[in-house]
Ligand binder design. Structure first.
Ligand SMILES: O=C(O)Cc1cc(O)ccc1O
Ligand SMILES: [Fe+2]
Length: 460
C-alpha cells in the first residue's frame, strides 16, 4: 500500500475562467499564443466544445507545457486488448431487457493479481454512441494498483467518477486532485490523467457522457441558493514534472477501444494553464438538500448535483442525483420513495449505509438498474415496516447513508458480462413478491359509497 497523500491545493468555482501558474510569470499576458512563451514553454489549446459553440457554452483551456502533447510515437491497438469497454451500444455489443436488475458489490482483485484503474474499468450498460457524440456509458471499476508509467486520455466523453472504496489520487494535465469516497470528480473529454490508489484496493462507479458536459441544474423556485453551490467545486492548481521517462505510455480511449503510444517524458509537464475547461471535484457532503416540509414525497430531481442536458428542454442526457443524509418531516405521508414507473432510466449505486427504499440486498459497492417504464419501489420489508409504524409524523433524520442515481432519457443496453456476472442478483424480483394486497373494500368508505377523508388528509 502506498503512503497516504496530502490534499493538493485547489481553485474553487464551477465553470469559472481559472488561471494557475506553478512558476511565477509562466502564463502569457495579453495573448494566448505569443511567438515565444515565458520559460520557453509551448502553448497548446484543448477545446471541450466546438470553436463556434455559443459563448455561454464554450469551453477551452490553454496549457503552457515543456513539450507539446503531440510529441509521441504512433498509436497502436493496445495489447492485451481490453475486452470490457463499450462506447457504441447496439445488438452486437449489448442487450436490451426491461427486467429489474441488481448486482452485488464486485470483489476487488486481490494483491495476487495487479489491476490498475484502466484494467479494472468495465462497462455495465449504456446507450447511443461516442462516434455520433450522443449517449452515455455507465462503468464500474475495481482496482488494486496505481497506474504506473502511463496516462489515460478519454477521447470518447467526460468521466464522472464516484469512488465507493479507497481514495483516488489523480494527476491531470491541470494538476492533482485527491478524491475520497463521498466525493466525485469529473475528468472532461481529452485530458490525460493517471490514477494512483493511496489506500490500495479501490472500487467505484463512472458515468461517461458523449457529446455534452455537466452543468449545475437550474434552481427554479428554490431561488438563487441551494443544492450544490458553485464555490464548492474544486479545480487543480498547475503542477508539473520535468523528467526524461523513456517508455511512458499514453493510453487513448477512442471509440471504446484502447490505443497506446510511447513517448519519453511525462505528459504532466504543464507549468501553467488558464481557461474554463478543466477537471474538477466536489464533496457530496457539502450538498444542501431541499425537500418537502409538510407532506408527500418529492421527486428525486430535487437532489440533482449535476446535469448533462439533451437537446430537449428540461430533459437530461444524464443527471447525477444523490440521496444524502437529511431530515424526513412529512406528515401523514408514505416517506420512502413511492412505487413508480419512469420514462427515464435509473442506474443506482450505494456509497455507504442502507438505501431508504431497500432494507436488504442493495449493498455498498453494488448497483441496480430500473430501465424506462420498469416498475420499482420500496422492497416488502421497507413497505411493511413503514406501514407498521403507523402515522409517525415525528421528524426523523436519515443518517449514515449515501446513495446516488445516474438517470437518463436514453434507454440503456446491458453488456454481456454484466448480465452473466456471478454478482447479478437472480432473486432481485423476490424483494417485491411479498407485497400483499391491503385492500379492504369496507374500510375507508362510508355507507353511501364515498371516501371519508379526515382533516389531516388521511383516509378515515
Ligand atoms: O427508484 C429509486 O429508488 C430512486 C427514486 C427515489 C425517490 O425518492 C423517488 C423516485 C425515485 O426514482
Ligand atoms: Fe426510481
Amino acid at each position: 500500500m502506498e503512503k497516504p497523500s496530502a490534499e493538493p491545493e485547489y481553485l474553487s468555482g464551477f465553470g469559472n475562467h481559472f488561471e494557475s501558474e506553478a512558476l511565477p510569470g509562466a502564463l502569457t499576458r495579453g495573448q494566448n499564443s505569443p511567438l515565444k512563451c515565458p520559460y520557453g514553454l509551448y502553448a497548446e489549446q484543448i477545446s471541450g466544445t466546438s470553436f463556434t459553440a455559443p459563448r455561454k457554452l464554450n469551453q477551452r483551456s490553454w496549457l503552457y507545457r515543456i513539450k507539446p502533447s503531440v510529441t509521441h510515437e504512433p498509436f497502436h491497438a493496445r495489447v492485451p486488448r481490453h475486452e470490457r469497454l463499450v462506447s457504441e451500444f447496439n445488438q452486437t455489443t449489448s442487450s436490451a431487457t426491461p427486467t429489474q436488475l441488481r448486482w452485488k458489490p464486485v470483489n476487488i482483485p486481490d494483491s495476487g493479481s495487479s489491476t490498475d484503474f484502466i484494467d479494472g474499468l468495465y462497462t455495465v450498460c449504456g446507450s447511443g454512441s461516442s462516434f455520433i457524440r450522443h449517449g452515455y456509458a455507465i462503468h464500474m471499476y475495481a482496482a488494486n494498483k496505481s497506474m504506473d508509467g502511463c496516462a489515460l486520455c478519454n477521447a470518447d466523453g467526460d468521466f464522472l467518477i464516484v469512488p465507493q472504496k479507497g481514495r483516488l489520487s489523480i494527476t491531470t494535465e491541470c494538476g492533482k486532485l485527491q478524491v475520497s469516497p463521498g466525493e466525485m470528480v469529473v475528468l472532461p473529454q481529452g485530458f490525460r490523467f493517471s490514477v494512483n490508489l493511496p489506500d490500495g484496493p479501490s472500487r467505484g462507479y463512472v458515468a461517461e457522457i458523449f457529446g455534452a458536459h455537466f452543468q449545475l441544474p437550474d434552481l427554479g423556485p428554490i431561488g438563487a441558493n441551494g443544492l450544490a453551490a458553485a464555490r464548492d467545486f474544486l479545480v487543480p492548481t498547475a503542477w508539473f514534472e520535468e523528467n526524461y521517462q523513456p517508455g511512458y505510455t499514453i493510453v487513448q480511449k477512442f471509440g471504446g477501444e484502447l490505443f497506446t503510444a510511447k513517448q519519453d517524458f511525462s505528459p504532466f509537464n504543464v507549468v501553467a494553464w488558464h481557461g474554463n475547461y478543466a477537471p474538477y471535484k466536489y464533496d457530496l457532503g457539502k450538498f444542501c438538500p431541499f425537500n418537502t416540509v409538510l407532506c408527500d414525497h418529492g421527486d428525486p430531481s430535487v437532489n440533482t448535483v449535476l446535469t448533462a442536458p439533451s437537446d430537449k428542454p428540461g430533459v437530461a442526457l444524464l443527471d447525477f442525483v444523490i440521496f444524502p443524509p437529511r431530515w424526513l418531516v412529512a406528515e401523514h405521508t408514505f416517506r420512502p420513495p413511492y412505487y413508480h414507473r419512469n420514462c427515464m432510466s435509473e442506474f443506482m449505486g450505494l456509497i455507504y449505509g442502507v438505501y431508504e427504499a431497500k432494507a436488504d440486498g442493495f449493498l455498498p459497492g453494488g448497483a441496480s438498474l430500473h430501465s424506462c417504464m420498469t416498475p420499482h419501489g420500496p422492497d416488502t420489508t421497507t413497505y411493511e415496516a413503514t406501514i407498521a409504524c403507523g402515522d409517525n409524523s415525528e421528524p426523523f433524520r436519515i443518517g449514515g447513508t449515501l446513495a446516488f442515481m445516474f438517470e437518463s432519457y436514453l434507454i440503456p443496453r446491458i453488456c454481456p458480462w454484466a448480465l452473466e456476472s456471478p454478482d447479478l442478483d437472480k432473486n432481485y424480483y423476490q424483494c417485491w413478491i411479498g407485497l400483499r394486497p391491503h385492500f379492504s373494500p369496507h374500510n375507508g368508505v362510508e355507507e353511501n359509497g364515498t371516501l371519508t377523508i379526515s382533516a389531516t388528509g388521511r383516509v378515515a
